[in-house]
Design a binder for this molecule. Structure first.
Ligand SMILES: Nc1ncnc2c1ncn2[C@@H]1O[C@H](COP(=O)(O)OP(=O)(O)OP(=O)(O)O)[C@@H](O)[C@H]1O
Ligand SMILES: [Mg+2]
Length: 294
């Protein structure tokens, strides 16, 4: 299927005959387990395994039996129409949803064999291991240097010269060092939007996460900034596993190795990106990629 087809207007909802019914009773914890399109049948071992993940905002269930495996040192893209649960799914991996009352996840998210949703998990350490980049750059109201040093000061006790070295490395790894080396004490807010987003990536990378979650990281950034972030993502997988939510199908095609298509809180299809794009196994995926709805 040509990627150009996705530029067709998004006109209406999907063909009802192609949509599987949702669980009529959200209290039934129906779990498909490892059946279905959970894991691409090739590639590296999973960094994270999501099993039977349900999610609730209050009494309202918005994720249903999500199952997938996130391959190590690869980029996995999550696509799907607005409101299908992409951000909610992503925010379960580091339990950031728990910062807000009334939100509940049920199921399992195994990170290197440990269920991060289990009671007793050290969420501070979890959030060090699982970093997050949001749609809008979330720089802290402090200097460029202090933004990157923030997590290092929290998680490692480094001498001043070692701290400076780590900050320089992190800024270098996102291609920002040469742009900000003379402005390290300037407020982060004085950088451009694209630079701020790369600063956020540097801040996340400085504490050496194993998994980096990116929720539409380029949607607020101009094309040049977007291209730099995409190049950065491609280089990142040597050191980290990436899960990225994007509305931009071309971006998913450019940066991801694997792709999951979500619809109404469910994982409809998951596989190698080229396969999902060119030979989707579900009609619903094909309809979405063709621009028949969305
Ligand atoms: N704070 C909240 N309280 C109640 N329901 C919510 C809340 N946040 C999201 N939802 C609902 O959960 C569902 C999934 O939302 P989510 O934000 O995960 O979708 P999304 O796929 O990321 O959408 P988008 O592409 O627009 O960002 C939607 O029906 C949404 O209305
Ligand atoms: Mg979202």
């Amino acid at each position: 299927m040509s990627l150009m087809r996705q530029s067709f207007g998004r006109l209406r909802g999907p063909d009802p005959d192609r949509v599987r019914p949702l669980n009529p009773n959200p209290d039934d914890h129906v779990c498909r387990g490892i059946q279905g399109t959970v894991r691409p049948d090739l590639g590296p071992p999973p960094k994270a395994r999501v099993r039977c993940l349900d999610f609730f905002y209050g009494n309202r269930q918005v994720l249903f039996d999500n199952n997938l495996e996130v391959p190590s040192n690869r980029v996995t893209a999550i696509i799907g129409p607005s409101g299908c649960g992409k951000s909610t799914h992503l925010r379960a991996y580091n339990r950031i949803f728990e910062l807000y009352p009334g939100r509940r996840a049920r199921g399992e998210i195994m990170l290197d064999g440990v269920d991060v949703l289990a009671p007793g998990v050290d969420v501070i350490d979890l959030r060090r291991r699982v970093g997050m980049i949001f749609q809008q750059p979330t720089t802290f109201p402090m200097s460029v240097f202090d933004n990157v040093a923030f997590g290092l000061r929290l998680h490692a006790s480094l001498r001043a010269d070692a701290l400076r070295f780590e900050v320089e490395q992190a800024l270098g790894s996102v291609g920002l060092w040469d742009e900000v080396r003379d402005r390290l004490n300037a407020p982060a807010a004085s950088l451009s939007g694209g630079q701020q987003q790369r600063l956020c990536v540097a801040r996340a990378l400085a504490i050496r996460p194993e998994l980096l979650l990116m929720d539409e990281p380029t949607s607020a950034i101009d094309p040049i900034g977007t291209s730099r972030i995409e190049d950065l993502i491609l280089g990142l997988k040597r050191r980290v596993t990436v899960v990225i939510v994007t509305h931009n199908l071309q971006q998913a095609a450019r940066v991801s190795d694997f792709m999951a298509f979500f619809y109404e809180g469910r994982v409809v299809e998951f596989g190698p990106t080229s396969q999902v794009f060119h030979r989707p196994s579900e009609h619903l995926t094909e309809d979405y990629l063709s621009g028949r709805f969305g």
